[in-house]
Design a binder for this molecule. Structure first.
Ligand code: BGP
Length: 468
């Protein structure tokens, strides 16, 4: 749709930026923190581990001051479950509460709205050893953990996100390194884990509304518009399958409290439907999110299934993430899109498509909790980083939000990835995303000095005119 006149970004729009605990904090075993599965996981050869990361744990005051200079209205970060409960459940670690309490106070003092993710990939290792999400007891541990957060920070935190990219943990758990499925029927176990996470999320949303009537809470999946490779009806059907399994399975449950029928049929076909205990679906139905947060990096293109193993083709850039489900849909590349240095397709228009599809389906306010460009930044002799490619990427995506707003989508914030350089999930620290450069290399921590990139000044100026 071409608009003769674009609607402006609303007053009070949350111009923000994102990070996650294990990727930015460091201090992996300090002040009573227990190990998470990330700390105990294998690191991709040639890349750093997460022990020091950007050392935000020790630099948080300096970092928040920089966020304030950047002009951020909101900062989306995650709480490391193992700082609060070193063993996942049991005793609370007061030092963990203290750290996040200080961080939240610091943000508030700078008029930056904290947006808190409760769980971003870093499951406590102690819980993993007891079966992780395959074990229903992890649901209770998560609920206790979430109530502890509501109690400790609910007086200052209004916006809560339950689980980051649950759909990616299920679809690409092997790549993210979160899931070690060794069951007889691995897929059934995987979707049992998924059911437990959905239940944990539902219970946390109910608890949040009971304990903090003023607060708002929502899920934070990675959602992408899925395109058919061609206009062949079979390709369109494949795109519909992929959309259901990749996107709507997660959001239909979060919003409507029901399993998406296409995704459910797929699970039945694989003998992978989860065991649902009495009362589970009532809980799912009673939990109502106030908004939908979503991460968007790229769209996805798929083709009709060939009906055999060739459907599972490894196509997603350098990460070699497997896209496709045998007999359901096959991964395809989109010849209309360019790619970033890591082989990820760049699709700003797909961003508009994605937000329109989500809003059309659920009619809940939206917030973007991740979007950004991973790149090998170059530090010039004078110390500057001229990341025009990042500015270009973000500007094009912000333009699409404005178009989405003009289409009638209710969107209240944009928190690109990432506020500051941090460690990529499995591509080290040379793959940078931040507005703030952190002076460290893969295996040389240097001084961890912070400096402003060109994109920092650009984003600051954009925020000052509310993006309009
Ligand atoms: C999302 C994760 C983030 C972040 C981002 C970029 O899936 O929620 O934690 O890692 O992707 O991905 P990567 O680090 O692989 O470049």
């Amino acid at each position: 749709m071409l608009h003769k006149k674009l609607k402006p970004f609303p007053e009070g729009f949350f111009w923000g930026a994102s990070t996650s605990a294990y990727q930015v904090e460091g201090a992996w075993d300090e002040d009573g923190k227990g190990p998470s599965i990330i700390d105990m996981g294998s690191v991709v050869p040639g890349t750093t581990d997460f022990k020091v990361a950007s050392d935000h744990y020790h630099h948080y005051q300096e970092d928040v001051k920089l966020f304030s200079e950047l002009g951020l209205k909101a900062y989306r970060f995650s709480i490391a479950w193992t700082r609060i409960f070193p063993n996942g459940d049991g005793e609370v670690n007061p030092k963990g509460i203290e750290f996040y309490s200080n961080l939240i106070d610091e943000l508030k003092a700078h008029n930056i709205e904290p947006i808190v993710t409760m769980y971003h990939f870093d499951l406590p290792y102690a819980l993993q050893e007891k079966g992780g999400w395959s074990n229903r007891a992890t649901v209770d541990a998560f609920v206790t953990y979430s109530k502890t957060l509501f109690e400790a920070f609910g007086d200052r935190v209004k916006y809560w996100l339950t689980i980051n990219e649950q759909n990616m943990m299920i679809l690409h758990g092997d790549a993210i390194g979160t899931l070690h499925v060794a069951a007889e029927n691995p897929m059934k176990d995987l979707y049992q884990q998924n059911h437990h996470m959905l239940l944990a999320q539902a219970k946390a949303m109910v608890a949040c509304h009971e304990m903090l009537p003023q607060a708002k809470i929502g899920p934070a999946p990675n959602i992408a518009a899925v395109y058919p490779e061609t206009s062949k009806p079979e390709d369109i059907l494949a795109a519909s399958n992929c959309t259901a399994i990749r996107n709507w399975l997660y959001l239909d449950m979060a919003v409507y409290g029901r399993y998406n029928n296409i995704a459910w049929a797929f699970l039945e076909e694989r003998d992978a439907t989860p065991d649902i205990q009495e009362g589970d679906m009532e809980i799912m139905a009673s939990a109502k999110p106030d908004f939908i947060a979503f991460n968007y990096y790229s769209s996805q293109t798929v083709a009709a299934s060939s009906g055999d193993a060739s459907d599972r083709s490894s196509i997603d850039g350098d990460q070699q993430i497997v896209i496709g489900e045998a007999g359901v849909y096959k991964g395809a590349t989109n010849p209309n899109l360019s790619k970033n240095a890591f082989g990820w397709e760049i699709d700003p228009t797909g961003f508009r498509n994605t937000m329109r599809e989500i809003y059309d389906r659920y009619a809940l306010p939206l917030i973007v909790t991740e979007n950004g460009l991973g790149a090998f930044d170059k530090v010039e002799d004078d110390g500057s980083v001229n990341d025009d490619y990042r500015i270009d990427f973000l500007q094009k995506h912000i333009d699409q939000i404005r178009l989405g707003i003009s289409d009638g989508v209710d969107i209240f914030g944009f928190c690109p990835w990432s506020a500051i350089d941090l460690i990529s999930t499995h591509q080290g620290c040379s793959k940078r995303y931040g507005f703030i450069h952190v002076d460290r290399e893969e295996f040389d921590l240097k001084e961890l000095k912070r400096s402003k990139k060109k994109s920092f000044h650009w984003y600051n100026e954009l925020i000052s005119r509310n993006g309009n």
